[in-house]
Design a protein around this ligand. Structure first.
Ligand code: C5P
Length: 294
């Protein structure tokens, strides 16, 4: 794919996730502070004589490259929206653990939409693209934005927020938590709402505010489904994390560190002590990164 267009599909991290209710259709109402990281998958698209979809990378094993994949569904939905019949070769580099609470599949779908808009030189309205994204999954609209934001509704109502750079360590203990199971195991669905986030906090201020004023309501049910979550949170705390919490429905947890150097040092220690865990030091991104070529 020498001329492929590349899009970063960043990991999505829920710094806070409050579950505040449930809709009649079963979907949960939530309020979440979301950031995206330099760490992520990559999606490459290129004009082709026929549709192709290939997957590589450390977490490609066992992934379905068939019609159920969110990437091919994103392609098909976008083609239908714009009335295109253009064939395309798509390659997904899967660097993020699957079903792990950091939005891998949703971010891949969103990156596919962004990449195909660039390849086909189309610019559907933001509204049409978000509506299409929502048909693919509740987290896909926020992943289309791929910048710091507050999400409400079932995740589809997003408002950008300014957020200082946060050095993070992401840790997944190698267990998958099913999102519907974590939601089903919630003790209550009407938890307190997220207080409003004060403007202008620096990274230390964000950590204090998050610790005092916010939670991840899915963490308790995920700990029941995957006891490894508690072990990961404990390990992050022991390596100097200022705040350790689970993202999404888990089992990936994040630690916020005072500096990127400290995050890297902690990641090295954690990886050495737990060779089977996925451990990455990374930083939050303010704007989406994309490159032209592979
Ligand atoms: O929309 P998506 O397919 O990503 O959601 C996966 C599952 O997670 C849903 O079928 C639902 O069980 C649960 N979910 C929810 N409330 C949300 C988002 C997801 O109950 N806001």
């Amino acid at each position: 794919m020498a001329e492929a267009i590349a899009e970063h599909a960043p990991a999505k991290v829920n710094l806070a996730l409050h579950i505040t209710g449930q809709r009649a259709d079963g979907y949960h109402l939530l309020e979440s502070i979301v950031v995206f990281t330099e760490e992520g998958d990559r999606v490459f698209v290129e004009a082709s004589d026929e549709d192709r979809f290939t997957i590589s990378g450390p977490f490609s094993d066992g992934l379905d490259a068939g019609q159920d994949n969110l990437v091919t569904r994103a392609r098909d939905h976008l083609r239908a929206l714009v009335g295109s019949t253009a064939a395309v070769a798509i390659h997904l580099e899967k660097n993020l653990p699957v079903a792990s609470g950091i939005g891998g599949g949703s971010s891949d779908a969103a990156a596919t939409l962004r990449a195909l808009c660039r390849l086909w030189l189309i610019s559907p309205s933001g509204e049409a693209l978000s509506a299409l994204a929502l048909q693919l999954g509740a987290d896909v609209p926020m992943c289309l934005e791929a910048r710091s934001l507050i999400a409400r509704g079932i995740g589809e109502k997003v408002v950008p927020v300014s957020m200082p750079d946060l050095p993070l360590v992401l840790v997944n203990p190698g267990v998958a938590v099913s999102t519907p199971s974590a939601f089903r195991a919630l003790a209550r669905k009407d938890n307190p709402i997220l207080p409003s986030l004060p403007d202008g906090l620096d990274s230390a201020g964000i950590v204090t505010w998050l610790s005092n004023s916010s939670r991840n309501d899915l963490e308790a049910p995920a700990r029941l489904l995957a006891p490894e979550v508690a072990e990961v949170i404990g390990a992050l705390g022991h390596t100097g994390s200022s705040l350790s919490r689970m993202s999404g429905s888990g089992a990936t947890c994040f630690g916020i560190f005072p500096s990127f150097e400290e995050a890297c040092a902690a990641a090295t220690k954690l990886a050495a002590a737990h060779p089977s865990w996925y451990v990455r030091a990374t930083r939050t991104i303010q704007e989406r990164h994309h490159g032209k070529h592979r």
